[in-house]
Design a protein around this ligand. Sequence first.
Ligand code: ADP
Ligand code: ZN
Ligand code: ZN
Length: 757
Amino acid sequence: MSPPAAKISPLPNYVEAVLPVPLRRSFTYRIPETMRGAIRLGARLKVPFGKRSLTGYAVELHADLPTDIEFDESKIKEIIEVSDDEPLITPEILKLTQWTADYYASFWGEMLKASLPAGINNEKVKPKRRKAVRLCRNAGALPRTPAEKTLTEQQQKIVDLLTANGGEMLFTDVIEQAATNASPINTLVKRGLLEIYVEDVMRDPLGKADFPALDDFTLTDDQQTALDQVTTAVAGDAFKAFLLHGVTGSGKTEVYIRAMRFALDAGRSAMMLVPEIALTPVFSRRLRAVFGSDVAILHSNLSTGERYDEWRRIRRGDARIAIGTRSAVFAPLENIGLVIVDEEHDPSYRQHESPFYNARDVAVMRASLAAAIVVLGSATPAMESFYNAQSGKYTYLNLPERIGGRGLAEANLIDMRKVFKIAGKDLALSPELIDAIRETFAKGEQVIILLNRRGFSQFVLCRTCGETMKCKNCDITLTFHRGTDNLVCHYCNYREKSPRACPHCESMYLYFVGEGTEKLEHILARFFPQMRIARVDRDTMAHKGEMENVLLKFASGGLDMLVGTQMIAKGHDFPNVTLVGVISVDISLGLPDLRSAERTFQLITQVAGRSGRGKKAGRVLIQTYYPEHYALRFAKEQDYDGFYKEEIKFRQRLGYPPFSVLASIMIKHRVHARAMQNASILRRSLDAANIAKHCRILGPAPASLARLKNEYRIQIILKGATRRALRETLQIALADAESQGCDMRVIYVEIDPVNLM
Ligand code: ADP
Ligand code: ZN
Ligand code: ZN
């Protein structure tokens, strides 16, 4: 092309790419002549980076080099390849990920990568295709040469088979059913009688499951009022946020489903986030029954191929409702009208590794960017969300009663100190709970027992020298798993054969302390040999589909009791469960975390919500050594408002969120001195950046998990009066620390950390 023509050409010469690396900037590349027409915003690019090549994302196209930075034209590298004709990332997701990265002081490139289904950059994930054969329409009319007048017996068989099957079959089916091989088919193709074609097959995570019949009940007045407010807002085309506070079993799900139906009918798309959809197979099926192929499901228990296909169905606009766990908040839905976050308080919305984000908060921003409606739903709203509803930032919707006038399950605390006194030793199960299980079983009703700790024994102690068996990578005691006869670290998954003697003093007197779900299952099986019991935790549910099988079996009455970790506490609707037992609730109360009371309150309320959902009344028994703790007292009364009032006072007094914004900065290094050195540089930079004193800076100090996965962890906590003050201070400090020689690769910034460990 001649130079003058190039000038009027609208084609870009340069592209700004962000890369999935921990750097807060983008990189400029030249676009080779041949690729100028092909490149679009949001497309993936292969680019040279140092000695490597990386997959980046095109975030800006320029005709000329940007003028705000001095460029040495000769140093600018060319992109290697444009990986997508149709960009994977929509303009909306570009904007959303940029906002998210900025909000969480994180990296745009990492955020973009996290927004795509895992495995999409992996060449092994390909669309699934299959080969089929069909009869040519005019086959019969084709002139035949004398030599080919007749078909062989085998060929005739194939033609007959196809004719009997509507003229079209899978290639492999033809071969199997006609007991033949590819050769006669190919001959028929050459003769123009058949044709072979290839089609895309979508892998469906729900497969050929049975779908429940549709309920068609009349909404209660409270449900109707909530729904009306939401649908009016959806029709209104402006951003609005709702907090739907509804006790467990109050019919929130029904409101979500009808609101999504409304959005769909209004020509908009909708999204619903759930904490762990793999745990609610009944619910996925229900949605499929209501919305058919309009629903796509995204969660981590899908195979890579299934996830890729579901994602593609959304990207193509074939599925207009996306249901999924936290990363589904980035699903490429167009024209979104409604975003729902169910169980919005749930900690699993938080991504616990870089890039850190909370999908609940990203969901609110997504709705805001798209002028859509967001509904945050919960029986136990997060303190921050309820606070926002009180201050008018969110519109408050309330479903105060269970459907059908059913009462909430009656909850009782069992004081384990008294149990200890009477028995003279620690018991896993109080006599009261044992009796209750027996009675429930006798009535043909079902039981859920929750213990938030997996494994057999909590830890192993030597009675001779007093040492505990610790992980060699972490400051954590190892948990005994009897099934595998291993000691396992629940943080880094390090495991070793369980010892016969103490590794420190060779004493044989090893003492296995405390129980986990595995031991509890054994104890329960001994007490109740007639009951059919299944255990649900990460150890038993390691294989895809296992969780689903157990839950569906329990739902259909094929099991009498479930024992498990918090996996069984959430969201399930089993009408025949009338007893829930909580063993040792004190585990979650004892965590060094500002939210431990809130967490405990939520956990108990949620698990209590699994009891008595049907026509029969339910009850809940909670074993504890601290029955006077306010979180337990309010949870027993199922009094959210009471708990909120008490907890908000505590937060205000200590200046915790929502009265401040927190950031946890973790400095991790294998060498303690190196971690400390970087932490000191950062602390000085933070002090320098904080001259206006809008933030409080605590640390550096060893994190409560001081060593994890072979790395020392030093923590600095930043408390900002406002979000803005916090972000500005952080940004200035991080840039300064880098220029002072701080190794930024060892610094992990988490804004709004969910726990401070
Ligand atoms: P939540 O999500 O608030 O815990 P669900 O939506 O699961 O509650 O509702 C509890 C039960 O009540 C479910 O079995 C649901 O099918 C049923 N349900 C919901 N709304 C109604 C209604 N209006 N009439 C009758 N049953 C309902
Ligand atoms: Zn010992
Ligand atoms: Zn470990």
